[in-house]
Design a protein around this ligand. Structure first.
Ligand SMILES: [Zn+2]
Ligand SMILES: [Zn+2]
Length: 244
């Protein structure tokens, strides 16, 4: 299995990096973790036909994580019609928000615009589910206050990826990282301690507790990027491919 880092930037595109988008390539499945506004062009740049995409799993409903869905919908409607529906899964509200965003961006004032064939799935925290044979265990992480932000543990064909989504530190990562092949962890800040994002300092204090095979840090802001030479953990780069 391969993880293609299509975008490892934060909402501000710090360091000129793309918004969140991670493409998982398995022998017979192609799926995204998050779909930021820059994800479709980055996927095409990486050489993938958008029609091959089986599913998109959204961690939370912030624009840098789901705002790229309308471009996929347009691509499927206008340029590359699909034979099979696209599966889109995310926290409660995913369908309403994705449809609403599409309507806002490409809808007609008088007539709602139909989506291409899409099957929506709501991911409830702590409820395991299987979509297109891909096992998902979503859990709530500390990021948004009212809306639900999810961390995602994703398993397919014996390989497991833990994705933090956007989150500050939570001990749940210790439990879910056990036996994971890769922990893809947001790290917006180096030193700054904020209640809804991770800092490298906080992660460092907990590194020894994480029993996963590898860690890659992502979603880096300016302060983090300015000090990346001091970081002892592998950092994501746009276009990087991680073997899992
Ligand atoms: Zn974000
Ligand atoms: Zn966010």
């Amino acid at each position: 299995m391969k993880l293609h880092i299509l975008g490892c930037g934060d909402a501000s595109g710090s360091g000129g990096r793309n918004h969140s988008g991670y493409l998982v390539e398995a022998v017979d499945r192609l799926f995204l973790l998050d779909c930021g506004p820059t994800t479709l062009p980055a996927m095409k740049r990486a050489g993938f036909d958008s029609r091959r995409l089986d599913a998109v799993f959204i961690s939370h409903l912030h624009g840098d994580h789901y705002g790229g869905l309308p471009f996929f919908f347009m691509d499927f409607l206008c340029d590359h019609p699909r034979e099979k529906p696209l599966h889109v899964a995310g926290p409660p509200g995913i369908e309403e928000r994705a449809r609403g965003l599409f309507q806002l961006m490409y809808g007609d004032l008088l007539e709602p615009r139909e989506l291409p064939a899409t099957e929506f799935h709501v991911l409830e925290p702590d409820r395991q589910t299987i979509i297109q044979d891909i096992q998902l265990f979503p859990f709530r992480v500390p990021h948004q206050v009212r809306d639900i932000s999810l961390g995602l543990k994703v398993a397919y064909q014996g390989k497991t990826i833990l994705f933090s989504g956007d989150s500050s530190w939570t001990d749940q990562f210790v439990m879910h990282a056990r036996a994971a092949d890769l922990f893809l962890c947001e790290c917006s800040f180096f030193e700054r301690d904020v209640p809804n994002h991770m800092s490298y300092r906080k992660l460092q204090q907990n590194l020894a507790r994480l029993e996963c095979k590898s860690i890659v840090l992502t979603h880096m802001g300016e302060e983090m990027l300015a000090r990346k030479d001091e970081v002892k953990v592998r950092l994501a780069e746009d276009g990087m491919v991680v073997d899992i």
